[in-house]
Every structure is written in structure tokens, then in C-alpha cells.
Design a protein around this ligand. Structure first.
Ligand code: ABU
Length: 476
């Protein structure tokens, strides 16, 4: 029975995987929440008192995929994480089969060592020596960024762990206005206060020299700065803060420099695009640019042992010191969680299957796709680029200009009309299901599309399709 059930499930998964790669299939079969709640063609979300048959369970599995979104489809451009890597899927399946927990070596001997191997590899890629470096895989980039602030605060004020924030001066953090909102959220969660995050203005796209000493001095007003977040690959624009300049300022003022490379970290795999980070800690999400199935995010900390000291509580029911093996491999006490999902195996397996070079080629291809889109947008009169320069990452931002707005002079009236274009096209796109791309306003810029490439299955024909489809859906 188990074999037959799993074989049928494999058939369903295989059918889904092969359909996902076919361009003739939809990216999504959209239904409104009330429609899904009411139930569709035998697919019901309700839970009953009586067990369902295995046949029905298989139907439930098939329908769950049917009404979901094919994030591995070559025309899914909506999110930074996309793609469908078969080795990664195999890794995730094996992980659930093993069904264990990352807190102790006792129950996860192989996975704990795999985590160590992966972290060492990533640390050496960011440029740290064998003697330096520590880290953890975390549930997403926000939590990785939270860890960076947590360890930075502990590094400067270890008493916070026992005495709390009342024992500390009023601390300030710096981040750019285009950085991820997780910096402010973490400040709120950690009791630092989101108002004590100094949001540094960006020039056209990035921080540039605005993060200078006068800014530091002026903006402090009685606050004690301890931490700067620099971003390598902002979420919307894919822009890079001037990391070396920021590192110099942090060195001079003894500030903790964190680099949020959740999105840009993948570029470290490419000889063509690798950069110098100069950081004390780094967030790097392999589930984004490297195509590892969600979730897979790492916090890397340069100072070894800090995570352990900052977070350990040594619960004796779990982290007994008198075990018969080397207990430093019970890495769970470094974490703020107790139970921790195994996020490393699929990543390790993909690295085995591709090698570092394979990841590098994958990243290069995504950046080539971005350049192709940028070139096409420059040629077309029905689109307008948000920036006139080549993309630094795989983000390309643009407006579709419908015929009715093409002759209109710039100004509030045109802006207000243009603001409505992207959401309207996106709504039609979701109903049709042919392609999926995100949009947002940012600062003074009205709603524009953001196209991102992280799926190695995407080809130039998909980019041509995207532009033609937007033009077709927005023509009136
Ligand atoms: N920071 C989460 C990623 C958001 C996005 O895919 O656009």
C-alpha cells in the first residue's frame, strides 16, 4: 500500500514537474479566496471527522498543485525565489523522509556536518579565513538579518542577555531607505525600537556617499550607533550599496557592518559578478538566486563563537555536557529556535550535482537574461525603463505606457493615470494565467513593473512573450 501510494504520488509530482516546464501551460489557475473556500470540482479545504481514502488523498495532492502557482514555470517573474530544481526537490523529499531536527548531533549527525561544510564554503567565498566564521541556516532572510542585529548588540553589550535593554544606552542602527523592511522589523522585535533605525536617504538608486561622517554625527542626537546594514542587491532595484566605502566608515567608528546579501549573495558564485563584502556578518539566501527550494537562508558571522555565547542557555534535557561525543556539534543552542528544520540537505545535494561552477553559470545566465530584457525595453516605444543604465543584478524595472498616455506631458495627471496601469494589467494577467510579474510604487515613482530572473529555465523567448503579453493586456 505504501509503495503504491508513493508511486502514484511520484506520478503526480512528475506530471506537475514536466507540465511546469511546458510553455503552453498556465503559470497559475487563479481563483479568488472565496472560490477556493467554497470548494472546486471535488477539491475541498474542509477537514472531516472521518478519514479519507488514499485515492482521495492523491486527488487532494493533485488539486493542491493544480490551484497553486507554478513558481518553476519559465514565465514566472514575480518573486526573487523561483525555479524548480529536480535535485533540490529530491533533497527536500529525503529531508522529510528523515524527519529529524537540527538541534543536536545526536539526532542529526549527517545534517549537522553538512551545515558546517556549507557554512565553511560560503564563508570562504565571502573572503573569511579558516580561523574565522560561524553561522546558521535560518527560516528566511528576515530572521538572518535579525540574527545579525542580535549578535552585533551582544558583541558590544553582552550584558543585554541577562540585564535587558534597560542596562544599555539608547542604540541606533543605520540602513538605507531601499533596504529590506526586516531591519526595522528586527529593531522592533529586539526592543531597539523601529524609530531608532536611522534610514539613510539614497541617491538615484543607492546610498552612495550619503552615509558619511557628518550624517552619522548629525543624525545621532544622543543615540549610540552600533550597527550599519548595507545591502547587496536591494529587493526592488537590485542595487548595491557602496560596500567598501561603508566598510571604511564602520572600521573608523567601530560599527558592526552587516551586509544583507539575501538577494545579491548568489552573485558571489559567479567569477564575473563576485564582489568584496567587507562585512562582520552576511545574510545570504540560496533559495533566491541559487534556485534552492524554499527555504534556505544563512546568517554568516565573522567572529567564531559569538552566536553560541549570545544565544546559549544550555537546556540540560537537550544539550547535556556529558554526552559521549564532541558536544560542540550540538549546534542548536546557537539558535534562537529550539526545533530547527533541515534546510541544508537539498542545498548540499545541489552543490554536489552542479559544483560551484554550475551555480556560477546559472547566475550568469540570469544576469544575461536581465541584460536582454533591458536591451529590448530600450528598443520599444511602448515601454519606459525606470533607470537608463544597465542592471547591476537581475532586476529590471519599467513602466508600460499605454497608447492613451504616450503623447501626454509628464506631470501629476499622467502620473496618476500611469499609477493605475500596472495593477490593472497584473489583474488581467492573473485571470489569464499566462505569465506573472510583480509591480510596486517606490518613493516618488508611481507603480512600475519589476522583473527578476532567478529561474535558469527562462529563455529569451519568455522575455519576448512577457513584453508582448503586457502590451496586449494593457493596450486599451
Ligand atoms: N524578501 C523577500 C523576497 C520578496 C520578493 O520576492 O520580492
Amino acid at each position: 500500500m505504501t509503495r503504491g501510494f508513493l508511486q502514484e504520488l511520484v506520478n503526480i509530482l512528475f506530471g506537475y514537474i514536466s507540465k511546469t516546464s511546458q510553455r503552453s501551460t498556465k503559470v497559475l489557475d487563479f481563483h479568488h479566496p472565496h472560490q477556493l473556500k467554497e470548494g472546486l470540482e471535488g477539491f475541498s479545504l474542509d477537514l472531516s471527522d472521518q478519514p479519507e481514502t488514499l485515492e482521495q488523498i492523491l486527488v487532494d495532492c493533485r488539486d493542491t498543485l493544480k490551484y497553486g502557482v507554478s513558481t518553476g514555470h519559465p514565465r514566472f517573474f514575480n518573486q526573487l525565489s523561483s525555479g524548480l530544481d529536480v535535485i533540490g526537490v529530491a533533497g527536500e523529499w529525503l529531508t522529510s523522509t528523515a524527519n529529524t531536527n537540527m538541534f543536536t548531533y545526536e539526532v542529526s549527525p549527517v545534517f549537522i556536518l553538512m551545515e558546517e561544510v556549507l557554512l565553511r564554503k560560503m564563508q570562504s567565498i565571502v573572503g573569511w579565513s579558516d580561523e574565522e566564521g560561524d553561522g546558521l541556516f535560518c527560516p528566511g532572510g528576515t530572521i538572518s538579518n535579525l540574527y545579525s542585529i542580535l549578535v552585533a548588540r551582544y558583541h558590544f553589550y553582552p550584558e543585554v542577555k541577562t540585564k535587558g535593554m534597560g542596562a544599555l544606552p539608547r542604540l541606533a542602527l543605520f540602513t538605507s531607505e531601499h533596504s529590506h523592511y526586516s531591519v526595522k522589523k528586527s529593531a522592533a522585535v529586539l526592543g531597539l525600537g523601529s524609530e531608532n533605525v536611522v534610514v539613510v536617504k539614497c541617491d538615484e538608486r543607492w546610498v552612495s556617499s550619503i552615509l558619511s561622517e557628518p550624517t552619522l554625527v548629525l543624525s545621532l542626537q544622543g543615540l549610540v550607533p552600533f550597527y550599519v546594514n548595507a545591502t547587496a542587491g536591494t529587493t526592488v532595484y537590485g542595487a548595491f550599496d557602496p560596500l567598501c566605502a561603508i566598510a571604511d566608515i564602520c572600521d573608523k567608528h567601530t560599527l558592526w557592518m552587516h551586509v544583507d546579501a539575501a538577494w545579491g549573495g548568489g552573485l558571489m558564485m559567479s567569477d564575473r559578478h563576485r564582489m568584496k563584502l567587507g562585512a562582520w556578518s552576511v545574510t545570504w539566501n540560496p533559495h533566491k538566486m541559487m534556485g534552492v527550494p524554499l527555504q534556505c537562508s544563512a546568517i554568516l558571522v565573522r567572529k567564531r563563537g559569538l552566536l553560541q555565547k549570545c544565544n546559549e542557555l544550555g537546556a540540560e534535557y537537550l544539550f547535556q555536557r556529558d554526552k559521549h561525543y564532541e558536544v560542540s556539534y550540538d549546534t542548536g543552542d546557537k539558535s534562537i529556535q529550539c526545533g530547527r528544520h533541515v534546510d541544508v540537505f537539498k542545498f548540499w545535494l545541489m552543490w554536489k550535482a552542479k559544483g560551484s561552477e554550475g551555480f556560477g553559470s546559472q547566475v550568469n545566465k540570469c544576469l544575461e537574461n536581465a541584460e536582454y530584457l533591458y536591451d529590448q525595453l530600450q528598443r520599444r516605444a511602448d515601454f519606459q525603463l525606470v533607470f537608463g543604465h544597465k542592471p547591476e543584478h537581475s532586476n529590471v524595472c519599467f513602466w508600460y505606457i499605454p497608447p492613451s498616455l504616450r503623447g501626454m506631458p509628464p506631470g501629476p495627471e499622467r502620473d496618476s493615470k500611469l499609477h493605475q496601469v500596472a495593477p490593472r494589467i497584473k489583474g488581467r494577467m492573473m485571470e489569464k494565467g499566462s505569465v506573472l510579474i510583480g509591480y510596486q510604487p517606490l518613493g516618488t515613482r508611481v507603480n512600475f513593473f519589476r522583473c527578476v530572473f532567478s529561474n535558469p529555465a527562462t529563455q529569451q523567448e519568455d522575455i519576448d512573450f512577457l513584453l508582448d503579453e503586457i502590451s496586449c493586456l494593457g493596450h486599451d
